[in-house]
Design a protein. Structure first.
Lengths: 592, 258
């Protein structure tokens, strides 16, 4: 556990120390073993059947889910009193990360353990949990989550599905169609959202055998083809009143809170998928010869390997830092609290900004990685026999589901502003200070004796840039800023990159002392490469925001400030990339 | 009934090895370690026997080495062993098989184990001496390279792998020691609930000085990769000439035609 309990988004206005972040190097022996069991399961039981799974052998998928159940992989997040393990988020994310190497199967797993199981865990009554949870964590039953409809996706609350109490008061009669339901064709229990009396958005637990519930045809998808995706059609489906989940009219709480964890878990999964993809890319680069030598000897290939290795290092750092933040906060809630899961939800919601960051950053990192891996493969990357082709197709959905990356980006400044209005984050005050430093630059010399001094100075400056931009935006547009989506997207990019760069630097600083000299060199190289790439992206996003917000002299001043705030001396960048590439090529895998 | 399983933690065999600065063992820095594969068969067999006998036997798992070997002990506990013994020895890699066997024998001497299981050999040093030497020191019956195992009424029926795929079956009265080979069983994955339960199992730490009384009998002189082989020979020309050339080479330089 870390030294200080941080609030959500607090990283943007304060300095965080390396002692305050959780890293993958902090895993306990038990967590490592759980990771090993998960990985062995994937390598020995799932991947040998990859072809069959991709060709939609769903009974095999169901069988493998039962095996997951036997190993305990479905009970990580479930409470002990119902036979679960109730482990921390770090462990849950580690399992999700390892499972993600399994491609389509990991989609089945994630949907089941995440959005499928968690609504019941968080909002179910004792009776509901006793009835269903045991079946779900053993893999006897598969779970699915039905929110999206043909006419509503990002605007989930615009759902058209309805629920009407039956005349005898014993059932709700559900009508409507749910779209793109992961596990739709194999699930036994659906968490369905519908509006009671066309008004009160509410969750229901609906069994597969419910009369009036039918499953649509399997969708023919671009990627993750082996997973089941169908419509769920409700025609006067009679759902017992005792299967209402949570409170009437409070379905949005279930829908959105569960998505926080879902987004976070997607980040962990993307990280695992990227590790597998880059390993494949490096192996191919060692094997494939051009001009008489392995293509891994070429700088053009090495640069891709270095950039993506550094990005995956950052991605891992983001995921487990966030796990630490959430675990630390949840650990402060006594288990015997009567409304434990309410406090628990609030604990997670505190980090909804960071959950959105993890979702966007990790999914886009994966997109870059699989693109680089296809490119390393050349023409063979375009051929289905090669795994790279599948990684490329499977990646795409991650930027769409669990809230599109646009929706998640909009959420970031949106929530920050809301909290600032409520006085939870002193944004106004800090923005004022940042404006002052914009006018009066300091010329403090860097203390090079401190680890990552240049990177930390950059971080402090990037936070100033964020505050200046957010402050300018609010000043200019006041309450209508929420409608200026292009500005919000750009500001979100600044916030996302700051969190990622900071996570990478703090992890590196924390683990460095215990490492061998060669590992130290690789870690330093990763930090340099990622900080450079990240600062360039941040600078571009910040300039975009400045052009959108301001004009004239103020714009000129803002641009000058951005230039200063995003300056990073990356001397030795080329050597760093070559160092990182050669370590990866020697190990033939993701090295951290 | 009391069972002892001896396990070793070895480097991941897919690692790239290089000699250490003394040139007598590999450099351990940055290597990932795991349980010796053959020892996993030993652990699995012990746990299966425990299950067969209705949980009655107590299974102890022992490992010698620096602190990192506790991770391997914990895995064995998560697979179903009852308690662990960690013989704390940062210099374990420098010991010869005689010393390692002596350490185990001096621990086991007064414990009254009915059955001891080890791997057939370690994947790194590969001496295959430790198990048999322990049996000799303790005066136990011993069978090696097991590919089949049965136990009833104090008797072990062991199926052994002999040369050329031939199998042999031996019976041993306990106390006995057996060494385990690939094919004996399929080691289970530690399940998540068992990993968490194993946290509560006892691991006793013993300093190696308390158990090690013997001097080494053998010293490793050198550790090095094999010399690089020369490149192949490419023969070119008419088929008739090629055949003569090839026959000549096979006669002079190989045993193929003798």
């Amino acid at each position: 556990m870390s030294a200080k309990l941080f609030k959500g988004a607090e990283y943007l206005i304060s300095e965080v120390s390396s002692a305050d972040v959780f890293t993958p190097e902090d895993f306990s022996d038990e967590q490592r073993q759980i990771g090993a069991t998960t990985e062995q399961f994937v390598l020995n039981e799932v991947l040998p059947h990859r072809e069959e799974i991709e060709h939609h052998n769903l009974p095999l998928t169901v069988e493998l889910m039962k095996k997951c159940g036997e190993l305990g992989l479905l009970m990580i997040d479930a409470p002990e009193e119902y036979g679960g393990l109730e482990l921390d988020k770090a462990t849950s994310m580690l399992a999700a990360e390892k499972l993600a190497q399994a491609g389509s199967f990991s989609v089945t797993y994630s949907a089941h353990t995440g959005i499928g199981t968690l609504p019941l865990v968080y909002y179910g009554t004792k009776e509901q949990k006793e009835k269903y949870l045991g079946k779900i964590i053993s893999g006897e039953w598969i779970a699915a989550y039905c929110l999206t409809e043909p006419g509503s996706g990002s605007d989930a609350l615009g759902a058209a599905a309805t629920a009407t109490l039956s005349p005898d008061g014993r059932h709700y009669i559900l009508n409507g169609t749910k779209q793109f339901i992961t596990n739709g064709g194999i699930a036994n229990l659906y968490t369905v959202f519908a509006k009671i009396d066309k008004q009160h958005f509410t969750g229901f637990l609906v069994e597969r055998t419910t009369e009036g519930l039918s499953v649509g045809a399997e969708e023919n998808k671009m990627g993750v083809r082996g997973s089941s995706t169908t419509q769920i059609i409700l025609e006067d489906a009679m759902v017992p009143v005792e299967n209402l989940l949570g409170e009437i009219g409070k379905g949005h709480k279930i829908a959105f809170n569960v998505l926080n964890v879902g987004r976070f878990k997607l980040g962990a999964g993307a990280t695992g998928a990227a590790k597998r993809a880059i390993t494949e890319g490096v192996r191919y680069a060692n094997e494939r010869k051009a001009f008489g030598v392995p293509i891994a000897t070429f700088g053009a290939i090495q640069e891709k390997i270095a950039d993506q290795t550094a990005a995956i290092f950052a991605s891992e750092s983001v995921v487990y830092r966030l796990a630490g933040l959430i675990d630390d906060r949840l650990a402060t809630i006594p288990k015997e609290t009567p409304d434990y899961y309410e406090a628990y939800q609030e604990g997670i919601e505190e980090y909804s900004i960071e959950c959105a960051i993890a979702k966007v950053f990790c999914s886009e990192m994966l997109a870059d990685t699989v693109d680089a891996v296809v490119q390393i493969h050349g023409g063979y990357g375009f051929i289905q026999e090669y795994a790279a082709e599948g990684y490329y197709r499977d990646e795409r959905i991650n930027r769409i589901w669990e809230g599109t990356n646009e929706i998640n980006r909009l959420l970031i400044p949106g929530i920050i502003l809301k909290r600032a209005m409520k006085g939870e984050i002193p944004l106004q005050k800090e923005a004022m200070k940042a404006f002052e430093s914009l006018m009066s630059p300091s010329f403090d010399e860097l203390d090079d004796s401190l680890p990552f001094a240049a990177e930390k100075a950059l971080l402090a400056n990037l936070k100033q840039a964020f505050l200046v931009l957010a402050g300018s935006g609010v000043q200019k547009f006041m309450n209508t800023i929420k409608d200026e989506q292009e500005i919000l997207l750009a500001v979100a990019d600044v916030a996302i990159n700051i969190f990622a760069i900071e996570s990478a630097i703090l992890r590196a600083e924390k683990i460095l002392p215990a490492l061998s000299d060669s590992r130290k060199a690789s870690i330093r190289a990763a930090v340099k490469v990622f900080t450079f790439n990240g600062s360039e992206k941040t600078a571009s996003a910040a300039r975009r925001a400045a052009y959108y917000i301001e004009e004239g002299d103020t714009l000129t001043m803002l641009l000058a400030g951005i230039r200063r705030f995003t300056r990073y001396d990356a001397t030795g960048l080329l050597q760093a990339k070559r160092q990182l590439a050669s370590a990866s090529i020697a190990a033939e895998k993701y090295i951290f | 009934m009391k069972i002892l399983v001896c396990i070793k933690q070895v480097p991941d065999m897919e690692s790239r090895f290089k000699a250490n600065s003394q040139g007598v063992w590999f450099e351990e820095t940055d290597l990932a370690f795991r349980m010796n594969e053959y020892d996993e068969y030993a652990v699995e067999q012990a746990v299966q026997l425990k299950e067969q006998l209705g949980d009655a036997p107590e299974v102890t798992v022992l490992s010698i080495g620096p602190d990192r070997v506790v991770e391997a002990i914990k895995k064995a506990l998560a697979m179903g062993c009852d308690r662990g013994v960690h013989v704390q020895d940062p210099a374990a890699a420098t010991r010869d098989p005689w010393q390692i066997a002596s350490i185990i024998a001096s621990h086991a001497g007064d414990k009254g184990y009915d059955l001891i299981l080890t791997g057939m050999q370690s994947q790194d040093r590969g001496s295959a001496q430790v198990g048999v030497t322990v049996a000799e020191e303790l005066g136990y019956a011993c069978a090696t390279t097991l590919v089949g195992f049965a136990f009833s009424d104090g008797t072990v029926t062991a199926k052994r792998e002999l040369e050329g795929g031939i199998k042999g079956v031996v019976r041993l009265r306990t106390p006995a020691l057996v060494t385990c080979q690939l094919g004996l069983n399929v080691p289970r994955y530690p399940t998540l609930p068992n990993i968490m339960k194993a946290k509560k199992k006892e691991i006793q730490t013993i300093a190696v000085a308390e158990l090690l009384k013997e001097e080494p009998l053998a010293t490793t002189v050198s550790f090095h990769p094999p010399a690089r082989k020369g490149g192949g020979i490419v023969l070119e020309g008419d088929v008739g000439v090629l055949v003569d050339q090839l026959l000549g080479i096979l006669k002079d330089k190989t045993a193929v035609l003798r």
